[in-house]
Design a protein around this ligand. Structure first.
Ligand code: BGC
Length: 723
């Protein structure tokens, strides 16, 4: 449809029809016309008009339902304005790939592209027009249950992976039925709630916000994301959905964003609960004034926006602008010509869980696994005959993680299935031992598990946290393994030291006690559909672990928040990992550093880093510097290494981090092979926000290093010249 036609359409719309474009309900409400109208009936759009005027629907089931919803609506709407269908496709639709926190640890943007591409195809066939993805809330606190949805504690990874996902999902041309629009979330700083408790308030300096939290949202918008979702939390006192500074000043004015803003689930109504609006009508006014276009679910806009416009509180011009943005998105998706977009039942069947998609999911699960410890017992030889498979996840099918589609777990390959496929001759002895749920107490299965371990050639001990214990609204005050699991580990490891621990969890867990007793630990996070196959192949050497930690693992929960790019303070502890030093920044009862730091992860092979060289020692603002390091695979297996480049600015006008990741590259090397890995460094990477919140770089000395956080191996200096 041409721009002119769109304008004519807008002009022809009644007030009710316009408001309808800004309202979203879920499929159930839509089908049954059950939007809850509780306030003064006279102000609301009539409930029976829902199907006619509604602009978008979220959370539907499949292509058949997508078509049916669209048909229902178009039959009722004389203007024939198609519905927008939205869904949370976070880490795969039917074929689930690892949770984002695991994906970040691949340090491999191409892997993210491949996975997102697979999810795009399945989503488009299902009839999705908009996915509520990527979620790029930088998070540094494992107590927060939604940390699993973010790629990393490091904004650079969130920015690059988020942008890769947006490009792969939206493609070049959104009107093509195989492409899906992206909604970036949750703007802003939702990943930094006070005390790690979901939905809690966020208080932070503008400098910190701009430096650490905003860049990832911006990167996704720069990559072309068409929608953005303000977060549930209040930011420096104002809930994001009503935060004019965030939405009008930063988003629209500074960043020039022209797409659609959609609230989070009932976030407009919740302005009353936050205590910044007297009643829902005032909440609608605040959200509209801040620039929130669509009200997700419930009924605030539906009920009160018509009256606010009629009485002149909200200028019709503002309403028109919001409606136009929605119509433009529909137009860009080509919905006026083809309202079903990619919805295709036959294609759904063909794509869901097809061998090519399973292959991508399996590779992703393998390449995001982090080998935390290995005292030479892994990989197990494929000749082992008696394998004890123990622990709460021994036969578990719920290995997909939060935001996998309802029922997706039924297709997940379990560990026994994976092991039997790889080692058909081996005998499997399976004992659950105990549960992983928070507060579990039953230890009655532990002795049987220990007996099975004693009689085995190799033991796989699965531990972690239940799938339902991380995700939205699932924060924890202690991020520890349940007591029975530790008791199980003690008994099993005593019975048979040839035991590898395999972890399934959606957040960083405290592994301090486990680490002391286990000779090998493999962190799988929630690996998705191909879990069992990936675990079997990793444990028996068909695949070589190459994931790194996208977030540090604490020694104790009390270390949170625990960013790897901390500042030095005026009284740093002389040796960060030693005992307490009086009157330095330290704990009396715990070392400062995490148990395992950001960027850490082992392999079955080994890599040597040498000769970090810079092609110049001084750069000007327009110059670029090349930093090159020589990497050699010194082991006997092919492997991949995530080469990480860190920066330190030792003296600046504001305190700067002791280490800051500024680039990374995943490199594959055959045994004995050497590669020169080259990074380009420019003045842009030296910038930060100064005291007045201006983005600046300051002349002076800088240090570049390779390695991982708290383990920088080679360091070289250079200087940024004065102008
Ligand atoms: C979540 C969002 C999600 C929305 C729609 C909310 O509860 O915070 O991330 O996109 O629901 O399902």
């Amino acid at each position: 449809m041409t721009e002119k036609k769109l304008k004519e359409l807008l002009e022809s719309m009644t007030l009710e029809e316009k408001v309808g474009q800004l309202v979203q309900c879920n499929a159930g409400q839509f089908i049954e016309n059950t939007l809850d109208i509780t306030g003064p009936e006279g102000e609301a759009l009539p409930a029976e008009d829902l199907c006619r005027v509604m602009g978008s629907v979220l959370t539907f089931e499949d292509a058949a339902q997508a078509r049916a919803l669209q048909d229902m609506h178009l039959a009722a709407d004389p203007k024939k304005i198609p519905l927008l269908l939205m869904l949370d496709v976070i880490h795969g639709l039917r074929t689930t790939y690892p949770i984002p926190l695991a994906m970040g640890g691949s340090f491999d943007d191409d892997l993210m592209t491949e996975c997102a591409d697979m999810a795009r195809k399945e989503s488009a066939a299902c009839g999705v027009h908009v996915t509520f993805n990527p979620m790029v809330d930088t998070a540094r606190d494992g107590r927060w249950g939604r940390i699993l949805e973010t790629c990393s504690e490091e904004p650079l990874i969130n920015s690059r992976m988020g942008a890769a996902l947006v490009k792969a999902t939206q493609g070049e041309d959104l009107s093509r039925p195989e492409n899906v629009a992206c909604c970036v979330k949750h703007y802003a700083a939702y990943g930094a709630p006070e005390a790690g408790r979901d939905y809690n308030t966020v208080e932070m300096s503008e400098r910190q916000l701009r430096e650490t939290y905003l860049p990832a949202y911006k990167a996704c918008l720069d990559a072309g994301a068409r929608l953005i979702m303000p977060a549930f939390n209040s930011l420096n006192g104002i809930p994001c959905v009503a935060n004019r500074w965030l939405m009008r000043k930063v988003l629209r004015e500074e960043w020039g964003f022209r797409g659609v803003v959609i609230s989070d689930y009932n976030a407009v109504g919740e302005l009353v609960t936050h205590g910044v609006a007297e009643n829902p009508k005032e909440a609608v006014r605040l959200a509209m004034e801040a620039g929130c276009d669509i009200d997700m679910v419930r009924n605030a806009y539906y009920q009160y926006l018509p009256a606010l416009v009629r009485e002149g509180t909200i200028p019709e011009k503002d309403l028109d602008e919001a409606v136009m943005r929605v119509l433009e998105l529909k137009n860009e998706l080509g919905l006026f010509e083809n309202p079903y977009h990619g919805a295709d039942e036959a294609l759904e069947k063909e794509l869901y869980l097809c061998p090519a998609h399973r292959d991508i999911a399996r590779r992703a699960a393998e390449e995001t696994a982090v080998l935390l410890k290995n005292e030479g017992i892994l990989p197990f030889p494929k000749t082992v005959r008696r394998i004890a498979l123990i622990g709460p996840f021994a036969e578990e099918k719920h290995l997909d993680g939060f935001w996998s589609r309802p029922g997706a777990w039924k297709d997940t390959v379990t560990l026994p299935e994976g092991l039997r496929a790889l080692l058909p001759e081996a005998e499997l002895m399976i004992e659950r031992g105990c549960g992983a749920e928070i507060g579990a107490v039953d230890e009655s299965g532990i002795e049987r598990a220990a007996a099975a371990a004693a009689g085995a050639d190799a033991v796989i001990l699965t531990l972690g946290e239940e799938e339902g214990d991380s995700g939205e609204g699932r924060s924890r005050a202690e991020v520890t393994l349940s007591r029975p699991q530790l008791a199980l580990a003690r008994r099993v490891l005593a019975a048979n030291p040839n035991t590898a621990v395999v972890l399934f969890n959606g957040r960083p867990l405290v592994l301090t006690e486990l680490e002391e007793m286990a000779p090998a630990i493999l962190e799988m996070w929630y690996p998705g559909t191909e879990a069992g196959n990936a675990v079997a192949r990793l444990l028996f050497g068909e695949a070589n672990p190459c994931g790194k930690l996208s977030v540090g693992l604490p020694r104790r929960t009390g270390q949170y928040p625990m960013p790897y790019n901390r500042v030095n303070t005026g009284r740093p502890k002389p040796q960060p990992d030693s005992r307490a030093f009086p009157f330095t920044s330290c704990y009396l009862d715990t070392p400062n550093l995490p148990l395992y730091s950001f960027g850490y992860g082992l392999s079955y092979t080994s890599f040597r880093y040498e000769d970090l060289t810079l092609d110049r020692e001084t750069i000007g603002r327009e110059d670029a510097l090349q930093a090159t390091v020589t990497l050699t695979n010194t082991g006997k297996r092919a492997g991949k290494e995530a080469v990480q480049l860190y920066l330190r600015d030792p003296v600046a006008s504001v305190v700067r981090p002791v280490q800051q990741l500024i680039d990374y590259r995943k490199v594959a090397l055959a045994p004995g092979e050497t590669a020169k890995v080259c990074f380009t460094v420019t003045e842009k990477q030296l910038r930060f926000y100064d005291f007045d919140c201006r983005e600046v770089s300051e002349p002076g000395r800088f240090e570049l290093s390779v390695g991982w956080a708290d383990h920088l191996m080679l360091t070289r200096r250079f200087e940024l010249k004065k102008d």
